[in-house]
Write a protein that binds this ligand. Structure first.
Ligand SMILES: [Zn+2]
Length: 468
């Protein structure tokens, strides 16, 4: 009897802490279902075909908002609604142009994209000699007399030694975000950067810059990797070359836009929320398929998958399509503000914004007990999918919520070796997303939502398990 009791206790505690075979079976069925239905892949095809250009303030972004609302309504979510926000409205205008101009006036075209938020070049074409800097730190040390009146060229490449490209990106992106204002402080008239990319081709990669309040706003653009190579070679041979830059961007007053939210209402604790999201906006080149169409269909797809599996959540599971992550983060900020005003209780907020590649793990920022719990669930995921929990996670859109309410936050971590080959360029298109890999992401997110809904996150015994 006693032996039996010990065994029974062991089974129960295993259930509560690490899940059991029912969990494992249910989770494996989620993975199988995604590979049969391809529902997320179909949604991504629809979104990218109908609204390939979704920069905040654009007609494409407006269309995508309506698409997300309609899609979640058609999938039969319990509640679908919009959160109104004001977003910045920047337009690229006519395609930009960049040439290297040799002393004999011969010109050679370089592959270029203006950075998001960049002001236009004054009077059309801007022609100036070059000042070559490696990275932002170098321009901070530069002699203003040597920089004045020149176009600063930040030549630093993506640091290849980081095995996690997300970490390399953190360093590589500094010149794009802060470079223009640091160069302007030294008297530069414009900035060009080597694109922030892991690809060695000639596709330029855009992305936002941030103008400091106390520096002149100078136009800024990114060169394709091979164009940057050529320009650097020409400059090494002849310091008298010039660069011609033309940017035709326009900045308009802020516009009204929306976060789009869909929910499966919790049966036991409707007031407790498990949120999963991505960002609906995307840069105005390519189709925003990896960044972040994948995150949008992971989020909507995971809720749809649980619903189709007949799963009735105990807590409210919420999909959030954030607006304006790329050039303002107004959606993420508004979401946090409203959550705080309404005193919403989030168990966790999860973001998928790293592409539609094979999922490898999750990142987590929150109380230590949650991390321990997540690690105990690892054996429940199919082999070669979710393998690790990184003790740091979150995402741009859920950062404000984490800050405002100390909400634990998580991120889906797909294999990210190729993500920055596509990111923010015309190569980020639907055809670059693999169907199987994308669907594995949806299944991984659904499995995580299920486990957190069943067992809670912080103490492991928050709810009694109630299996589907
Ligand atoms: Zn993104």
């Amino acid at each position: 009897m006693r032996k039996f009791f010990v065994l029974f206790t062991l089974i129960i505690s295993t259930c509560l802490v690490a899940g059991d075979n029912t969990d494992k079976t249910f989770i494996h069925a989620l993975y199988t279902k995604t590979q049969l239905n391809h529902a997320s892949y179909k949604l991504l095809r629809e979104l990218t075909a109908q609204y390939p250009r979704r920069l905040a303030g654009s007609p494409g972004a407006d269309g995508a908002v309506q698409w997300a609302r309609r899609t979640m309504q058609q999938l039969g979510f319990d509640r679908v609604y919009l959160q109104e926000i004001k977003v910045p409205h920047w337009e690229r205008g006519e395609a930009e142009a960049c040439y290297v101009v040799f002393p004999d006036n011969h010109r050679e075209k370089l592959s270029v994209l203006a950075l998001g938020r960049s002001v236009p070049t004054p009077g059309g074409e801007l022609l100036a000699p070059l000042y070559v800097a490696h990275d932002v730190d170098d321009i901070k040390k530069a002699d203003p007399e040597a920089v004045k009146g020149r176009i600063v060229f930040f030549n630093a490449a993506f640091p290849d030694t980081f095995l996690q490209t997300m970490h390399g990106y953190g360093r590589a992106v500094q010149k794009r975000v802060w470079g223009p204002s640091e160069a302007a402080r030294k008297g530069a008239v414009a900035v060009i950067i080597r694109s922030v990319t892991t690809a060695h081709d000639d596709a330029p990669h855009t992305g936002t810059l941030v103008y400091a309040g106390d520096a002149p706003k100078v136009p800024a653009a990114a060169l394709g990797y091979l164009s940057a190579d050529r320009l650097y070679e020409y400059w090494k041979r002849n310091k008298n070359i010039k660069v011609s830059l033309r940017i035709n961007s326009r900045i308009f007053p802020d516009k009204t836009s929306y976060n789009v939210i869909g929910e499966l209402t919790g049966r036991k604790h409707p007031e407790q929320i498990i949120a999963i999201g991505g960002h609906l906006d995307a840069w105005d080149v390519g189709e925003g398929a990896q960044d972040d169409g994948a995150g949008i269909v992971h989020s909507i797809g995971a809720l749809a998958l649980l619903k189709q599996a007949g799963y009735q959540p105990q807590n409210t599971i919420r999909a959030v399509c954030f607006m304006n992550e790329e050039n303002g983060l107004r959606g993420g900020k508004a979401y946090a503000r409203i959550a705080k005003e309404k005193k919403e209780k989030h168990i966790v907020a999860i973001e998928s914004d790293a592409g539609g590649f094979t999922p490898r793990g999750f990142g987590y920022s929150g109380p230590e007990a949650g991390l321990k719990q997540l690690n105990e669930w690892l054996p429940l995921f199919p082999p070669f999918t979710i393998q690790a929990i990184r003790p740091s996670g979150g995402g741009a859109d859920i950062g404000p919520l984490h800050k405002a309410m100390s909400t634990p936050v998580m991120s889906l971590i797909p294999d990210n070796q190729r993500y920055f080959d596509f990111h923010h360029s015309h190569k980020d298109v639907f055809s670059a997303v693999n169907r199987r890999e994308l669907e594995l992401g949806t299944a991984s997110v659904a499995a995580l939502l299920y486990l957190i809904d069943q067992y809670g996150l912080n103490n492991g015994v928050k709810h009694s398990a109630s299996h589907p």
